[in-house]
Design a binder for this molecule. Structure first.
Ligand SMILES: *[C@@H]1O[C@H](CO)[C@@H](O)[C@H](O)[C@H]1NC(C)=O
Ligand SMILES: *[C@@H]1O[C@H](CO)[C@@H](O)[C@H](O)[C@H]1NC(C)=O
Ligand SMILES: *[C@@H]1O[C@H](CO)[C@@H](O)[C@H](O)[C@H]1NC(C)=O
Ligand SMILES: *[C@@H]1O[C@H](CO)[C@@H](O)[C@H](O)[C@H]1NC(C)=O
Ligand SMILES: *[C@@H]1O[C@H](CO)[C@@H](O)[C@H](O)[C@H]1NC(C)=O
Ligand SMILES: *[C@@H]1O[C@H](CO)[C@@H](O)[C@H](O)[C@H]1NC(C)=O
Length: 332
């Protein structure tokens, strides 16, 4: 008796989550795009998805094709297609004259992570901003085994979880990053909720979903510090042009070190070969012949340091200038 019950439970479960799937296993990503969730642990995955050509075509003799090619047997405004495994498709519908009416792109979402690469430190999606203006940029690295297939951004969603939000994103021209602007962001108010960003990547008829959550204040990374030489033994530090103003409200803290570089093009400030020192003053004495490295970050947050800026008082140029002066003196 017990075994019988056990077996019939297994049997029921098979039907509940097995080959023929329940309607909840597909959803609308955006107009004309449906997504079927694929359970990658299962051998067979079949999901029935109802498609509608358009309310206006009810009762008409509508025909369908899959992937701009093969015609489907099913006819009419409303049909049901079976999505097997991750073999989604692009279903188009036509009227009696054969004119195109509409289409539904059916994508299979799996849990593999193939389209985008995970990078140490940065994860899958890396977001940053160079000020408190409410805009930010997110980038990624395409996965290596794309088999020459083109992957694209299918959709972007950005919200703050529990409030109405007004965050607009667009794909950058490189196709490698997105830029977003939170219209409601106020740098003077406490940022209560994180931004929840989700990017849907499509390769053929497969979609992979990547999400990340962050506060603007945590992804701030100033652009490079401006270093102006005053004379051969002192420099002046300037805020990056892109940084938020007024500087009194958005102060930066500077980190400074001096390194010795034999060749200018081999000068690398990120080498951990000398001690950094925090400075408050914007004017600094520098040692003749040494290269000064400076970077900055928000004084009040533990966010990222800018990239290093470097400066070497150019003694050679000065000598050349002097030489030219001497020559001029000789001429006159
Ligand atoms: C085409 O299909 C989409 C998605 O199913 C639907 O929202 C839209 O109204 C349809 N267009 C027409 C002209 O019926
Ligand atoms: C629908 O179109 C098909 C193919 O053109 C045709 O054979 C069929 O008779 C049509 N049915 C109706 C109800 O118009
Ligand atoms: C799907 O088919 C429609 C209509 O032919 C076309 O405009 C669209 O570009 C196709 N989309 C994809 C991803 O193939
Ligand atoms: C973030 O957004 C995605 C897509 O809308 C959603 O699936 C996910 O549950 C959200 N995460 C949180 C923690 O709100
Ligand atoms: C260089 O400029 C600093 C700051 O203006 C000044 O204190 C210093 O005396 C100057 N040194 C030389 C050699 O002119
Ligand atoms: C800032 O970061 C350091 C090192 O990562 C950590 O020890 C410190 O507690 C952080 N401070 C704040 C205010 O988060």
């Amino acid at each position: 008796m017990f075994f019988l019950l056990f077996e019939s439970l297994l049997f029921l479960q098979f039907f509940a989550v097995g080959a023929i799937k329940i309607p909840e296993s597909y959803w609308t990503l955006k107009p004309n795009v449906l997504v079927v969730d694929v359970d990658t642990d299962k051998d067979v995955n079949m999901v029935e998805v109802p498609l509608i050509c358009g309310e206006a075509y009810e009762g008409e003799n509508v025909t369908w094709t899959k992937n701009q090619g093969e015609g489907l047997e099913a006819k009419g405004n409303k049909i049901t297609v079976t999505i097997e495994g991750w073999k989604g498709g692009n279903y188009s519908c036509f009227n009696t004259e054969g004119s195109y009416l509409n289409h539904s792109l059916v994508l299979a979402q799996w849990t593999f992570r193939k389209i985008i690469k995970n990078t140490p430190d940065k994860g899958y999606i890396h977001c940053s901003t160079n000020n408190y203006g409410g805009s930010f940029q997110c980038s990624w690295t395409w996965g290596a085994n794309r088999d020459g297939r083109v992957a694209v951004v299918a959709h972007i969603k950005a919200t703050r979880s529990h409030s109405e939000s007004n965050i607009n994103c667009h794909l950058d021209s490189s196709g490698q990053s997105i830029t977003c602007l939170d219209q409601d962001y106020c740098p003077y108010a406490e940022e209560v909720e994180r931004i929840n960003l989700t990017i849907y990547f499509r390769s053929n008829f497969v979609v992979e979903t990547y999400s990340t959550k962050f506060y603007i204040m945590d992804i701030v990374k100033p652009d490079m510090v401006v270093i102006n030489g005053i004379n051969q033994t002192s420099v002046e530090l300037g805020y990056p042009q892109s940084w938020s103003t007024p500087a009194s409200y958005f102060p930066l803290t500077f980190q400074v070190k001096e390194i010795r570089c034999r060749k200018r093009n081999k000068c690398d400030c990120s080498n951990p070969n000398s001690q950094e020192e925090i400075v408050k003053s914007h004017q600094l004495p520098v040692t003749k012949g040494m290269t000064v490295c400076v970077r900055a970050r928000d004084e009040f947050c533990n966010s990222s340091w800018s990239e290093w800026s470097q400066h070497k008082c150019n003694t050679r140029k000065n000598r050349r200038q002097r030489n030219r002066k001497n020559k001029l003196n000789k001429i006159f």
